[in-house]
Design a protein around this ligand. Structure first.
Ligand code: PEP
Ligand code: MG
Length: 752
């Protein structure tokens, strides 16, 4: 263990001062040097170094060092994962070694003066979740750095991350040979095209959303002289705002909202938190500085927790802190600084999307995720326009830049001309004044030649039920039960689930209702559930695999469904089934729950129909066997495409390879439908292909008579079906199935 008790508070203050100096430093190398000198001094380290990631060379490059030979700057290069530094970078976690040369991953560079160092610490420099470099400390003494040192080093590195990243970008620009075209400047960024996640339109000022770094929180500390009464006023304002948001959430999103803001409210009312701030203010520290210090303390505290649920709390601390500081500096009651604005973010959790919805953000631009990702699915439920654009330059757009988000075409206009804005405003007004699409919906749907087709709704939030009714959905083809699990802070109890499910049942009286059991994992991680991080979450403990592994969670959910549906016929569907064995285990669990509820004398559904989703290609070979136990099937095309083509549905890098009209996908769908119909099983399509009119024709042609989708798409799909004759649809499907290349199917889709 380290024997020296280093003065961390002083270090934090010095780095605070340093931030101010570096903001206007003109010489980047000198600035980085100053950082390493300061760190080395305070940590009593012999070496402190900064490595920055060079995107072009895909290497970490030593950019500044205190303690190693200065000639090594620019020359020591590591690949991601190489050596302990590369490991901290690639795994985005701090590494501490008491005797580094003994570690198998240790990478020794001769001739840079590194021979005699034993203790070693490396922390990643993270910009959001993206690593942009690493910082290291070394000492000749073994066991020189303590766990606390690492925490502080990490916290301060985070604080400096924005500045360091900026330095990295500038250094990259400087290093570019003059003959190369200059890097695109923000002024070139006028129109960006992306993929539509949720349709709609928004015009407003840009606002960058990300977990604020401590540096940004610190930057909120104004210079105005403030005192205790200002602090108390800011606390009261913050409390009012949070109470207001909590109330709104309760009214509009009762199924998922219960605890969204309450953790923050609790924190705000917690005397040890407030007390610590008041104490510092009483001792002469400015209120903003006091708030900042207490936040920093708590963030470190939560970071050290072993439990994932507790570690998550750091974000609540930062959120409350940011709100408190904003109120402290403005002295105004700001209802929602996000209202009507276009939010840009590298990535967002479902709960963050929900919060943005409650704060009435106009639209969202995301850098990661795909159109079938669950964040997009949620945005549709919230009626929040959203597009995905894989262009990191968007993160550099200054807050307040005017934006027009056309999330019908997938276009984002940055600082558009007045004319562009005007054109969109007029279009939007026309659209609003047009008769409401829901009113044009007919009760029943038929093809042009009279074949009956059923149109149902996908439900993500309870709020969707009313929308589904207004669009005359014939029932619920897919209730994604996971959203209440995802957005809360802990597992909903059986009773809580029962209440939510009962409202769903009562919301669609007399209609078909399909509950899909929990589909977590993949891009839907339960942040409070401690399970090991997975390298390939979509191939990991996802969906039914999670339920079967965590049987208590599964049984509790099944019991809640069976109780909620005690007086109706209910359909229970298992996601991501890959074999008859898995289906049998899941189905047996339903029998077991029915039996136990009967024994307990609780009301229980006796009319259960069991079904499964067709999402994993293995099922194509086993339709005959699966049909023995499954009474119905529903094709989740979002996953079916992903697994058939081995293309992560949330990875924008491969979005162009996510091709629903790939001939293997189309033929696979054909086989799946034929397999279900051969056994006279009810079969529907509930993935995104169900709402694309081009695919609706194809699906009709191969025998699909039931479609389930986000209710807002129902009118256009109904219109497409009314306009299609079955024989035409069959001929169209035949032409598509005859094609064996993507270019061939594209041609048919575009031509027909
Ligand atoms: C699908 O995979 O198509 C589907 C409907 O399920 P989810 O999008 O929730 O994975
Ligand atoms: Mg799916």
């Amino acid at each position: 263990m380290a024997t020296v008790n280093r003065d961390h508070a002083k270090l934090i203050c010095d780095v605070g001062e340093l931030s101010a100096i570096i903001t206007d430093a003109s010489d980047l190398d000198a600035m980085l040097q100053k950082i390493v000198d300061t760190f080395a001094g305070h940590m009593e380290a012999d070496v402190c170094s900064i490595y920055l990631y060079d995107e072009a060379a895909k290497e970490l490059v030593l950019r500044a060092t205190h303690g190693l030979l200065s000639s090594s700057i620019g020359n020591v290069r590591l690949r991601s994962g190489e050596g302990l530094t590369g490991l901290a970078f690639s795994e985005r976690r701090p590494i501490r070694e008491d005797d580094a040369p003994a570690h198998p991953n240790y990478r020794f560079f001769p001739g840079i003066g590194e021979e005699s160092f034993r203790s070693f610490v490396a922390v990643p420099i993270l910009r959001g979740r993206r690593p942009v470099g690493a910082m290291t400390l070394q000492s000749k003494q073994p066991s020189h750095f303590s766990a606390e040192d690492v925490q502080v080093f990490r916290a301060i590195t985070m604080q400096l991350a924005t500045t360091i990243e900026m330095a990295r970008l500038l250094l990259t620009l400087e290093a570019a040979p003059a003959s190369l075209a200059p890097a695109p400047a923000l002024s070139d960024l006028r129109l960006v095209h992306g993929q539509v996640g949720a349709e709609g339109y928004a015009a407003g000022e840009a606002v960058l959303i990300r977990q604020p770094s401590l540096a940004e929180i610190r930057a909120l500390i104004g210079t105005t002289a403030l005192a205790l009464p200002d602090f108390r006023r800011a606390v009261a304002t913050t409390e009012q705002q949070l109470e207001h948001l909590e109330k709104l959430a309760g009214e509009r999103l009762s199924d998922v909202s219960a605890v969204i803001f309450s953790a923050q409210l609790l924190m705000l009312r917690d005397q040890s938190w407030l007390g610590a701030m008041e104490e510092q203010i009483a001792a002469g520290t400015g209120p903003a500085e006091a708030v900042y210090r207490v936040i920093l303390n708590y963030v470190e505290l939560f970071d050290r927790m072993d439990n994932a649920y507790m570690r998550e709390k750091r974000y609540d601390v930062m959120d409350v802190g940011r709100r408190l500081l904003a109120n402290l500096s403005s002295h105004r009651h700001v209802e929602s600084p996000l209202e009507g604005r276009v939010a840009i973010a590298a990535e967002l959790l479902p709960s963050e999307v929900l919060k943005l919805g409650l704060e009435k953000v106009g639209g969202i631009v995301l850098l990661s995720g795909g159109v079938t990702s669950h964040v997009a699915v949620l945005a549709r439920s919230l009626d929040l326009p959203l597009i995905f654009v894989d262009d990191p330059r968007l993160l550099e757009i200054p807050d307040g830049t005017r934006m027009v988000l056309d999330a019908r075409q997938g276009n984002l206009y940055v600082a558009p001309d007045q004319e562009v804005e005007q054109r969109f405003r007029e279009q939007e007004e026309d659209r609003r004044s047009a008769p409401h699409l829901a009113e044009s919906m007919r009760e029943e749907t038929h093809t042009a030649d009279g074949t009956r087709v059923h149109l149902l709704a996908n439900i993500n939030l309870l709020a969707d039920v009313e929308v589904a009714r207004s669009y005359k959905a014939e029932g619920i083809g897919l209730y994604r039960t996971e959203f209440p699990f995802l957005i809360r802070n802990d597992l909903p109890s059986e009773e809580e689930q029962l209440r939510i499910y009962r409202r769903l049942v009562e919301g669609m009286p007399g209609r078909e209702i399909t509950f899909r059991t929990l589909d977590v994992g993949g891009d839907k991680v339960l942040s409070y559930f401690d399970y090991a991080a997975e390298a390939n979450p979509f191939l990991g403990l996802r969906s039914i695999r999670f339920s079967l592994r965590h049987r208590d969670v599964f049984l509790q959910q099944l019991r809640a469904i069976l109780r909620a549906a005690h007086d109706i016929e209910v359909r229970i569907m298992f996601p991501m089934i890959s074999s008859p064995d898995e289906l049998a285990v899941a189905a047996d669990a339903v029998d077991e729950c029915q039996a136990s509820l009967r024994r307990e004398g609780l009301p229980v559904c006796e009319r259960v129909r069991l079904g499964m989703m067709l999402e994993v290609p293995s099922v194509l070979e086993l339709m005959d066997e699966l049909a023995q136990r499954a009474e119905f099937f529903s094709i989740g095309t979002n996953d079916f495409v992903q697994y058939m083509l081995a293309v992560d549905r949330t990875n924008v890098n491969v979005a162009d390879l996510y091709i629903p009209h790939h001939p293997a996908v189309l033929r696979g769908l054909h086989r799946a439908i034929a397999g279900a119909l051969r056994h006279d099983r009810d079969v529907s399509v509930c993935g995104d292909m169900a709402h694309d009119p081009r695919f609706v024709r194809f699906l009709l042609g191969i025998g699909v008579r039931k479609f389930s989708m986000s209710a807002r798409y129902l009118p256009r799909v109904q219109e497409a079906i009314f306009a299609t004759r079955l024989d035409e649809a069959q001929a169209f499907a035949k032409r598509l199935l005859a094609e064996s290349s993507v270019s061939g199917t594209t041609r048919v889709l575009e031509g027909g």
